[in-house]
Structure formats: structure tokens, C-alpha cells
Ligand binder design. Structure first.
Ligand code: AMP
Length: 436
């Protein structure tokens, strides 16, 4: 199949120049489909997540429309608003707008909580062209009249499913109520549960629907393995993996903040520079950790699931699941941190005797077996056997490479059943935010 080029998408020269600078040669599928439609002013419902190139899919047409329309936002106003659930994503999207729009005279502003509002308010006072915001702080600034949304021409709701999982729905509705109805609206979501579908119904007018399956496509580039190992051997195994493998930069996932802190400390003591990143760290600490990691100053990020979707750093060679996630979907998000933008990556999961249920749920969810590193010196065949008999009891996962996405009418199971059944899906924010 021949892929089209950015030149064929009716993008203006200054934007094409910045894409060249970013070394993007061809549009990703979502970009090829979304950009022409969005340049025409239509609404969009995108079933896609990070890793697909969705940020450029919405940012490029927004930049072009704002550049060509030449209206100006009034004081404290903005012409485009991007709502996104986490600070990390907000910062990343802001960086993308700055890069893609580097040749344009537009102003971009990022708003999120956990830091002083003063610089954010200062930047907004003269009006900007694009605000990228998390809902809580935006609403706060709106209530203080530091932000006015009367001039918004384009609104993007990013990661809508996660926004709802994180309990932002009321804030989002209050924000949307202040935006003119006569606007272009885009909604992106990795999954499409009924709550998101009905939100999309209420926000979008005759939207174009685009569905891309990044998880499936990136999974093809990720070499993922599992090691059955005794819990008390996991630390030694981790250090050994760093010594055995060509680990240039890695994310190690734990289930709790406490363990992330401890592990980062222990790795650093073993001369493997590591830093922990999780929901308890201040925004500045989180950003610094990410910056140091991107710059290669620390080799390892020890993270909890709260950041598994937000981290977009190129060249992560390894993802290590020191502990398996309780929610199978998190596995896919975690391993998706490697093999970004078409490069290959390795994921290794440590499974101890207490985690065989989680592993069974993961394999069921991704609809394939994860290769077992049976020859490794830390491999414990007893745990492998226990896992095999568990699978036999429950019925094995089919061998297919494509994970299935959640359908349009899927329902969340009550939290009491989360992570137990082999169908194991559902609202994973509750448990995750409790300890991430
Ligand atoms: P996103 O899904 O927007 O988070 O993008 C995932 C990664 O792909 C980011 O690192 C982008 O910089 C990169 N990317 C986006 N579009 C392209 C493209 N057309 N060619 C190469 N890399 C891209």
C-alpha cells in the first residue's frame, strides 16, 4: 500500500517546514484520515490513543485554521481549547503545539494544577490562541475569571475515557457549558464505553468517526516475555537484566508508590541511575524526572500506572513489569511505552506465585500467549506449572497477535469483581489511583 505524503494533505508551507524539522516523513493513518476532514471544519470522533500520532492529527489542522482565520482572542480568552486528563499529557501536547507551530505567530499556553497559578495567569492575560489544560485547574481559573472561553472556535477532548475514569466528568460539563455551541469539536478516546459514547453524542455534530488500533500495531514491534520468578528474587533478577541486556533506557513498573521509591533507591545504589515517578510526586519533580530521563541523565524510570499512558519518550529500549498490573489493559499501556513511532522494543514481565491470576487475565485480554523465558537462571518452573494448571482450569488464551478493543456498548463491572475474573476489564482507575 502506498502511503500518502504530508504534501497531499493541503497543509500550508510553514507547517510542512516544522514537520520536516521534526523528521516526520509520512502521515500516520489517523493523520491521513483526520487532517483533511478537520481542515474542512468538521467534527471528529477518534477512537485512538497515544502512540498513533493523534496529537499531530488534531494539532496540525488547528494550527492551520487559527493561522488562516486571523481573528484574535480577547484578553484572558483563547481560540482553541484542548482538554486532557493529566499534567504530563498537557505538557507533552503543549510541546507538540510549539514544535508544529514553530513557524507561526501563534501563542500557546498550558494550564494544570499542582503548581503556582501565577505564571499561567500571566501568560493568559493578553489572550492566547491555544490553551492546553487539565479540567480542574482550568475550571478554577474560569471561576476566578482569569480565563474566558467565549472566543473558543475549536475544542478538543483528549483521552475522554480516562477523563471519565479520573472523575472529571462534572468539571468537563461545566467547562463545555461556557464554550460557544458554534464550534468545531473533536473527541478522542482509547476505548468507547457507553459513558464516552453518550458524551460524544452530546458534544459532536455529525462527526467523522475514525478508529485506529495502535495497541495492536505497536504490539507487533514489541518483543514481550514473561519470567516466572520468586518474589524475593525479583530485585536480583532486575539487576541481572540490566547487566545482561543492552538496556539503554528503561521504565520499570511497580504497583505501588512506595515500592517505586524503594526500587529507584536500590537501583541507584547499585550504580544503575534510577528515579521514581508517581502520583505523589509534585508536578515539578515529575517533570524533572521525565526531563532527566529524556536527556539520558537517568537510565531508569520506576513508575506506577498513573503515568503509564502519559510518558512519551522516544528510544525507550525496555519496559520491565517488576510487578504485574491488576488491570490487564494496563499491561498494554505499559508495554506501549517502548516501540514508539515505529521503533522496536523489549518488554519483560516478572510473575511471582501471587501474580498468576493477573498474568492469565492479561493473556486473555491480549488474546495471545506471552513467551516464557524458560532458560533464564531465575526461572522457577514450579510457578510456571501452577500457571499452566490455572490456565487449563480457566481455558487458555487464543494465540492471536491482535488485542481486542472494548466495544461500543461494553459495561464496567462493579469494583468488587475487578481483576478477578478472566474477562478482567473495567474501570481501572479506582484501584490504580488508590495506590499509583
Ligand atoms: P502521539 O500519538 O501523538 O502521542 O504520538 C506518538 C509519537 O509519534 C510521538 O513521539 C510523535 O512525535 C511521533 N509522531 C507523530 N506523528 C508522526 C509521524 N507522522 N511520523 C513520525 N513520528 C510521528
Amino acid at each position: 500500500m502506498t502511503r500518502i505524503s504530508f504534501n497531499e494533505l493541503n497543509l500550508i508551507e510553514p507547517i510542512l517546514t516544522s514537520l520536516k524539522a521534526a523528521k516526520y516523513s509520512t502521515p500516520t493513518p489517523i493523520q491521513a484520515e483526520a487532517i483533511p476532514h478537520l481542515l474542512g471544519g468538521g467534527d471528529l470522533l477518534g477512537c485512538a490513543q497515544t502512540g498513533t500520532g493523534k496529537t499531530a492529527a488534531f494539532a496540525l489542522p488547528i494550527l492551520q485554521r487559527l493561522h488562516l482565520s486571523k481573528t484574535r482572542a480577547k484578553k484572558h480568552g483563547t481560540r482553541a481549547l484542548v482538554l486532557t486528563p493529566t499534567r504530563e499529557l498537557a505538557v507533552q501536547i503543549h510541546e507538540n503545539f510549539k514544535a508544529y507551530g514553530s513557524q507561526l505567530k501563534l501563542r500557546y499556553s498550558v494550564i494544570y494544577g499542582g503548581v503556582s497559578q501565577v505564571p499561567q495567569v500571566k501568560k493568559l492575560s493578553g489572550g492566547v490562541d491555544v490553551i492546553i489544560a487539565t479540567p480542574g485547574r482550568l475550571l478554577d481559573l474560569m471561576q476566578q475569571k482569569k480565563v474566558v472561553l467565549d472566543d473558543v472556535e475549536i475544542m478538543v477532548m483528549d483521552e475522554a475515557d480516562r477523563m471519565l475514569d479520573m472523575g472529571f466528568i462534572r468539571d468537563v460539563k461545566k467547562i463545555v457549558a461556557k464554550i460557544p455551541a458554534d464550534r468545531q469539536t473533536l473527541l478522542f478516546s482509547a476505548t468507547m464505553p457507553t459513558e464516552v459514547a453518550s458524551l460524544a453524542d452530546s458534544l459532536l455534530k455529525n462527526p467523522k468517526k475514525i478508529h485506529v488500533n495502535p495497541v495492536a500495531s505497536t504490539a507487533d514491534l514489541i518483543d514481550d516475555h514473561v519470567l516466572f520468578v520468586d518474589r524475593d528474587q525479583k530485585r536480583a533478577l532486575l539487576v541481572e537484566i540490566f547487566r545482561e541486556h543492552q538496556v539503554t533506557s528503561a521504565i520499570v513498573f511497580t504497583r505501588t508508590k512506595h515500592r517505586a521509591n524503594r526500587l529507584a533507591k536500590e537501583l541507584s545504589e547499585k550504580k544503575i541511575p534510577a528515579v521514581a515517578i508517581h502520583g505523589n510526586k509534585s508536578q515539578n519533580a515529575r517533570q524533572k524526572a521525565l526531563n532527566d530521563f529524556s536527556a539520558g541523565e537517568v537510565k531508569v524510570l520506576v513508575a506506577t500506572d498513573i503515568v503509564s499512558r502519559g510518558i512519551d519518550v522516544d528510544g525507550i529500549s525496555h519496559v520491565i513489569n517488576f510487578e504485574l498490573p491488576n488491570e490487564p489493559e494496563s499491561y498494554v499501556h505499559r508495554i506501549g511505552r517502548t516501540a514508539r513511532a515505529g521503533t522496536a522494543g523489549v518488554a519483560i514481565s516478572f510473575c511471582d506465585q501471587e501474580e498468576i491470576e493477573q498474568l492469565a487475565d492479561i493473556e486473555k485480554f491480549i488474546k495471545r500467549k506471552i513467551e516464557v523465558l524458560e532458560t533464564h537462571s531465575h526461572h522457577n518452573p514450579k510457578i510456571a506449572e501452577r500457571f499452566a494448571s490455572q490456565i487449563e482450569r480457566k481455558g487458555s488464551a487464543p494465540r492471536r497477535k491482535q488485542p481486542q478493543r472494548r466495544g461500543g456498548n461494553s459495561r464496567r463491572r462493579p469494583s468488587s469483581s475487578r481483576g478477578r475474573s478472566s474477562a478482567g476489564r473495567g474501570n481501572y482507575s479506582g484501584r490504580r489511583s488508590a495506590n499509583a
